[in-house]
Design a protein around this ligand. Structure first.
Ligand code: GLN
Length: 503
């Protein structure tokens, strides 16, 4: 059966459950698609062909299970999420030969739900970057234009989903790495509330920011993935536990929320919705085509009955500085474990222990990772800790206060996902500070720990590349974002198959 790879995840599920095709059919279709598109986009670091075929056959032998939400569905995984028995490289030379002997909690949940992992996807080294250019395994190209970056750091996941190599993927978002590549490749990405999804078995970058979340071709599909991976886990110390919330965590039935919204007219979902429009995010130097596509959507929301309310985020101007101080500090401590002794890369013929540490880290890490370790070590050093790290932590608190105030009188906030569409390879590579500033619209949400949903709202009039819009919600209220996301998706122009991989 050809062309099955073009289905959405929910269509694939319906077909499997109805016996129209098997999991093996789906896996074979995706594998063919991967083989046809990989030479162009390089979205995958490891293709798990045999594993996927075997898993599909085992599932098929048992027949469709309606109580397993992802039964038989091929997915890809960002290569910082541990999958037992297969390399987890983090896009890094340091971990090129690292094979975990356990599954990440999110992988266990995917497996229990019946998913078939078909490939591990490319990423910026240790998830540091916004272009997927810093991967040790070569860069990934944007399926809409092979001369442009797919965004990052989950660029491989976004490209694999946009190019229909799989029905969905998991990425991680420390400062925008799910939402920004979703925007650049024209797919949907959700960054859950900090604590909503377990990070056990996920290589850490900035531990007070990191969240795992889904990328998919529709909001409904992303909701289905989120429902499977979300929820308390004792193995993650910051996982939000139900019993600690006196009134209970807001509902986690994301699939149902999406399905209900799907049956409604967008105006029924949007009528009376108070959408906060933060001036600081909209006035942050948007390219004309991004501004146009996003403002068009605001006009459609208003026509559908949403009430647009200007809100202020007065500390937004510090977002980049605060994020890069704190995320680098946390990265420098998290990456201290890569010492050439315990696991991963080890320099050859060391003179002594210090030489082993120094050379393993110098030879094993790429330039951007070394830059962040140095920056992070500096801002944590005695004498500078108070001036940088502590100050940043204080401003971070004020930023959360800004959001709490805004969300006190609005249901959610809305802003573009990135100031511009995907850029050419090399555009940010020579100027790290310039690259950092490109994260202006995404890092804020990680600083305040709140959930966000990014979705495509059309192609830029000038570049012809996808433009992304993001909704930012109240803590643990992903369901509200999903409902509004489904309505917004109906109002947005459909993008179709990415040009460079259209068949
Ligand atoms: N671009 C940001 C950074 O380089 C975000 C990365 C991420 O979310 N993993 O830090």
């Amino acid at each position: 059966m050809s062309g099955l790879y073009k289905l959405t995840l929910s269509q694939a599920r319906a077909g499997l459950q109805g016996g129209k095709f098997t999991s093996l059919d789906l896996v074979q279709s995706c594998l063919e698609r991967i083989k046809a598109t990989e030479p162009k986009i390089n979205a995958c670091i490891n293709l798990l062909e045999e594993h996927a075929l075997e898993t599909a056959k085992t599932l098929d032998a048992q027949g469709p299970k309606s109580d397993m939400p992802l039964w038989g569905i091929p997915l890809t995984l960002k290569d910082l999420i541990c999958l037992k028995g297969f390399p987890t490289t983090c896009g890094a030379k340091f971990l090129a030969d690292f094979t975990p002997f356990y599954d990440a909690e999110v992988v266990e949940r995917l497996k229990q739900a019946g998913a078939v992992i078909i490939a591990k996807t490319n990423m910026d080294e240790f998830a540091m970057g916004s272009t997927t250019e810093s991967s040790y395994f070569g860069r990934t190209a944007n399926p809409w234009n092979l001369g442009k970056v797919p965004g990052g750091s989950s660029g491989g996941s976004a490209a694999s989903v946009a190019a229909c190599q799989a029905f969905g993927s998991l990425g991680s978002d420390t400062g925008g790495s799910i939402r920004q590549p979703a925007a650049f490749c024209g797919c949907v990405g959700i960054k859950p509330t900090y604590g909503r999804v377990s990070r056990s078995g996920v290589v850490a970058f900035g531990s007070s920011f990191d969240q795992v979340g889904p990328l998919a071709r529709t909001v409904q599909d992303a909701a289905m993935l989120l429902e499977v991976i979300a929820g308390p886990d004792d193995k993650d110390a910051v996982s939000a536990r139900l019993d600690l919330f006196p009134q209970g965590l807001p509902a986690q039935n994301f699939t149902e929320a999406a399905a209900q919204a799907g049956q409604k007219d967008p105006s029924d979902s949007l009528k009376g919705l108070k959408l906060g429009v933060p001036k600081e995010l909209w006035d942050s130097g948007l390219s004309p085509e991004v501004e146009e596509a996003c403002r068009n959507m605001l006009a459609r929301f208003e026509e559908a009955g949403a009430v647009l309310t200007p809100v202020a985020l007065p500390h937004q101007k510090y977002a980049i500085a605060v994020y890069y101080i704190m995320a680098s500090a946390e990265a420098s401590t998290n990456l201290a474990r890569f010492d050439g002794v315990r696991y991963g890369f080890r320099a050859e013929h060391p003179q002594d222990l210090l030489d082993l540490y120094t050379r393993s880290r110098t030879e094993g890490f790429g330039e951007e990772v070394r830059r962040r370790i140095m920056l992070g070590t500096f801002v944590l050093s005695s004498g500078y800790y108070d001036a940088y790290y502590r100050k940043a932590a204080q401003i971070r608190r004020l930023m959360r206060d800004d959001f709490d105030r805004a969300l006190g009188h609005c249901d959610m906030l809305v802003a573009p996902t990135a100031t511009r569409t995907a850029w050419d390879f090399g555009f940010t590579e020579s100027d790290p500070l310039f690259a950092y500033k490109m994260d202006l619209l995404t890092v804020t949400l990680n600083l305040v720990g709140l959930p966000g949903l990014a979705l495509p709202v059309g192609l830029g009039a000038e570049s012809g590349m996808p433009v992304g819009l993001q909704f930012m919600g109240r803590p643990f209220d992903e369901a509200a974002l999903i409902k509004v996301g489904v309505a917004a998706e109906k109002l947005a122009p459909a993008l179709g198959m990415p040009r460079a991989v259209a068949d």
